[in-house]
Design a protein around this ligand. Structure first.
Ligand code: GLU
Length: 447
């Protein structure tokens, strides 16, 4: 038996299928010409970030406006960082904005499973194939050995990492590797890079245009010692077999592109198109910085849902970030559905989008002002049931009165625009309900 095949069989004795079987199992999607397949791929590590809602909105709209597919995949291979239940929460929060994936880890679909930890059988097939081809190899280096390599590189002022002559296990023969595995040594699998730092990896990003990076020379880990794949490898295999055509994701992934391009080329797969979206920033004094999960309430979509910003206002605000010509379009089409606007990658601003709470408030005011009385009453009731039970009880005590209150100064040339969010309503109108009226009087009498 070919020695590489022996090594591959030793590591994956159970894997009988090959890449060709996967190609048949997950064939190219039958979609109209030009249809885009996009995705949102959250890791279950916490709440839905405002930047992720923005990325999902953009990805979803591109899929929908081109009659394509938008799906949602859970990237849970880093099980140490996982917060249980957060994947489902993220989907729930997306759905509060009407963003419902065509396929997901909740609703399923024909290109599933949509949870990475359930896709191990697919990664194993691809890794086995790479070992057979000599494109991947087991690495037995311990943490101490890796520390030692790093110290040596620092001393010599060389680039850190596992590459070239520093990549010790790259130079082991297959027989040596087989012996170590049979001795029970723990290992990871690394990709054998054929990169050359002097050469360029080129990507034609749909938003940023042509970008060049030095090729990747690192032999990156593709399978960890727990036999689960790393992000770089897993997402790429998934995007291939889920037939993603356009990868729309945050610009923080741009610098990893040389690794991804190299993997696609090595395996011989067609590359998807890339659009790296601007990160949402915050102005602090005269500096701009990324919206921070720890420091900024605006980083969490939950904050806006709890406060009761109308979903349509929030989406509209995000559309102004998505395309620089959206606001002009809005002026010409004040009553149109925002999704009649066609997004265009070329019209996306390149420098980080600045989060502007005041602008969001103005748009929300406009959207709440444009709703009919029954519409705002219905939306406010739904919101109150979830976030302000006292308000919900008051509405329930006299829903007819509530709708009447909502119709005051509504419609006509100059509708009232004093509400920014649903949580603004109750403090203003509560005294109109008997119970609160009485309370207001009693309190007046007391003081
Ligand atoms: N799971 C990655 C994240 O949460 C997704 C990266 C990608 O979209 O490729 O950031």
């Amino acid at each position: 038996m070919n020695i590489r095949l022996r090594l591959a069989n030793l590591i994956f004795p159970e894997v009988k299928k090959g890449i060709a079987d996967l190609e048949k199992e997950f064939p190219k999607r039958q979609l109209p010409e030009g249809a885009m397949v996009t995705r949102f791929a959250p890791s279950p590590t916490g709440f839905l970030h405002t930047g992720s809602l923005f990325a999902s909105l953009v990805s979803w709209r591109y899929a929908k406006q081109s009659k394509g597919v938008f799906f949602c995949r859970l990237e849970d291979t880093d099980q140490k960082r996982e917060i249980s239940g957060s994947g489902d929460k993220v989907l729930e929060e997306l759905s509060a904005f009407g963003i419902i994936p065509d396929e997901s880890f909740v609703s399923g679909g024909t290109y599933g499973p949509y949870v990475q930890s359930q896709r191990k059988f697919i990664y194993d097939i691809v890794i086995k194939h790479l070992i057979e081809q000599g494109l991947a190899y087991p690495c037995f280096c311990t943490h101490e050995e890796l520390d030692h390599i790093r110290a040596e590189q620092e001393a010599k002022k060389e680039n850190p990492g596992y590459y070239g002559a520093y990549a010790k296990c790259r130079h082991l023969s297959e027989i040596e590797a087989i012996n170590k595995i049979e001795e029970g040594k723990s290992f990871v699998i690394r990709f054998r890079s054929n990169g050359d730092e002097e050469k360029k990896a080129v990507v034609d990003d749909l938003i940023r245009g042509r970008i060049e990076f030095p090729e990747n020379v690192q032999d990156i880990v593709i399978m960890k010692s727990d036999f689960l794949p790393t992000y770089h490898f897993a997402h790429l295999v998934d995007d291939h077999f889920m037939r993603t055509t356009h990868i729309t994701r945050g610009e923080e992934w741009l610098s990893s592109i040389p690794i991804h391009l190299q993997l696609f080329e090595a395996i011989g797969w067609e590359k998807p198109l890339y659009a790296h979206l601007p990160v949402i920033m915050k102005q602090e004094g005269d500096k701009r910085r990324k919206l921070s999960k720890r420091k900024d309430v605006e980083a969490s979509v939950r904050f806006f849902l709890e406060q009761g910003y109308p979903a349509e206002g929030f989406l509209e605000y995000l559309m102004t970030i998505a395309n620089t010509n959206f606001e002009e379009w809005r002026l010409d089409h004040p009553m149109a559905n925002i999704f009649d606007f066609k997004l265009d990658f070329q019209k996306m601003s390149l420098d980080g989008a600045l989060f502007d709470l005041e602008k969001l408030s103005n748009i929300s005011k406009e959207r709440l002002g444009a709703m009919s009385a029954s519409e705002i009453a219905m939306n406010a009731t739904t919101w109150a049931k979830e976030y302000q039970p006292e308000f919900a009880r008051a509405i329930e005590s006299d829903s007819h009165l509530f709708e009447q209150l909502m119709s005051i100064e509504r419609g006509g040339e100059k509708p009232r625009k004093d509400y920014i969010k649903y949580s603004d309503i109750f403090p203003i109108i509560q005294f109109m309900f008997d119970e609160y009226y009485q309370k207001a009087i009693d309190e007046e009498l007391v003081f």
